[in-house]
Design a protein around this ligand. Structure first.
Ligand SMILES: Cc1cc2nc3c(=O)[nH]c(=O)nc-3n(C[C@H](O)[C@H](O)[C@H](O)COP(=O)(O)OP(=O)(O)OC[C@H]3O[C@@H](n4cnc5c(N)ncnc54)[C@H](O)[C@@H]3O)c2cc1C
Ligand code: FES
Length: 262
C-alpha cells in the first residue's frame, strides 16, 4: 500500500549556518511528525522568492521524535534555496512529505556499512546513519567536498562511527576523490551513497566490480515531485523510472546502464 503523504505547515525552530554555503533548518509541525524512512524527501514551498513557482525537493536530514522536529540541510545554489536560508525562527514553511522510496535496511548479517556523501548529498545520510547506529553494525562515513569549508555536518557523524574525508584542495582529509580514500578500498557488506552524479557512478562501478551491495540516491531535477510530469526519469536496466516515485534510492543491481554511462 502506498504511504500516505501529508501537506503540513511547519514552524522554523532554528536556522543555523553549518558550512560556508549550507544552513540547517530545524522545523516543527503543527501536529505530530509523519513516519519517515531515511532517504525520503520533502517538496518544500518557497514563499517570497521572485520567480520561484515550483516546490523544491529537499531530503529529510534528521528526525527528532522526542522534540517532534524534522531538519533539512540546505545548500544555497539559487533563488529558492537562498530564500530558505533566510528564514527566521517562527516563520512558516509548508512541506509535502514523506516522498519517494528511501534506503532499504541492510541484511541482518551485515556488520560493516559504508556511507559515501558529497555536497548536499550528505543530507539524507545523517538520518540513515542515526537509524543504522541503533543496530549492531559498524558504520564508516566517507564525505567529500571541494574544500573543508564545503563539507557540512561532518561533526554530527563522529559519534556514530569512523569519519573519513576527502577534499579537492587537500584542506582536510585525503586530497582527491572519495574513491581515492584508502577506507573506500576496504570490504563492506553494504554501501549507501548520495551526491554528485559522477561521484555516485564511480562508487557504484567500484561496488559492482567488487561484488558489494550498493544503493544510490539520485538528485535529478524535479518538477511535480509526485510522479505525474515524468521530468525526473532515469534510464535503468528495466526501462525509465521516475526518481521522485520509484526512487530517489535505487539498488545498483538494476542500474548498470546508468553507472556505465560516464
Ligand atoms: C530527491 C532530491 C533531494 C534533494 N535533497 C537536497 C538536500 O537535502 N539539500 C539540498 O541543498 N539540495 C537538495 N536537492 C537539490 C535541490 O532540490 C536543488 O538544489 C534546489 O531545488 C535548487 O533550487 P533553487 O531555487 O535554489 O535553485 P535554481 O534557481 O532552481 O537552480 C540553481 C542551480 O542549481 C541547479 N539545480 C537545481 N536543482 C538541482 C538538483 N536537483 N540537483 C543539482 N542541481 C540542481 C540548477 O541547475 C541551477 O544551476 C535535492 C534534490 C532532489 C531531487
Ligand atoms: S518530478 Fe514529476 S514525475 Fe518526478
Amino acid at each position: 500500500m502506498e504511504q500516505k503523504k501529508e501537506m503540513t505547515d511547519f514552524a522554523v525552530v532554528e536556522n543555523r549556518r553549518v558550512a560556508e554555503t549550507y544552513v540547517e533548518l530545524v522545523l516543527r509541525p503543527v501536529g505530530k511528525l509523519a513516519k519517515v524512512v531515511p532517504g525520503q524527501f520533502a517538496e518544500v514551498r518557497v514563499e517570497g522568492a521572485e520567480g520561484v513557482m515550483l516546490r523544491r525537493p529537499i531530503s529529510i536530514h534528521d528526525i527528532d521524535t522526542e522534540a517532534n522536529t524534522l531538519s533539512l540541510l540546505v545548500q544555497i545554489v539559487g533563488r529558492g534555496t537562498r530564500r530558505l536560508s533566510q528564514l527566521a525562527s517562527g516563520e512558516r514553511l509548508n512541506l509535502v512529505y514523506p516522498l519517494g522510496k528511501g534506503f532499504s535496511r541492510p541484511k541482518s548479517t551485515a556488520s560493516h556499512i559504508l556511507l559515501v556523501g558529497g555536497g548536499a548529498g550528505i543530507a539524507p545520510l545523517y538520518y540513515l546513519a542515526k537509524t543504522l547506529s541503533r543496530e549492531e553494525v559498524h558504520i564508516t562515513t566517507l564525505l567529500g567536498g571541494r574544500s573543508e569549508a564545503l563539507i557540512p555536518a561532518r561533526d554530527k557523524f563522529m559519534p556514530l562511527g569512523e569519519v573519513c574525508l576527502t577534499t579537492d584542495d587537500g584542506s582536510a582529509g585525503v586530497q582527491g576523490l572519495v574513491v581515492d580514500h584508502p577506507c573506500f578500498a576496504e570490504a563492506y557488506d553494504m554501501i549507501y551513497t548520495c551526491g554528485p552524479t559522477p561521484m555516485m557512478k564511480a562508487v557504484a562501478r567500484s561496488a559492482a566490480a567488487r561484488d558489494m551491495s550498493c544503493e544510490v540516491s539520485l538528485e535529478n531535477l524535479m518538477a511535480c515531485g509526485l510522479g505525474a510530469c515524468l521530468c525526473c526519469v532515469v534510464d535503468t536496466d528495466t526501462g525509465h523510472q521516475r526518481v521522485c516515485k520509484e526512487g530517489p534510492v535505487f539498488d545498483i543491481s538494476g542500474m548498470t546502464k546508468w553507472y556505465e554511462l560516464c
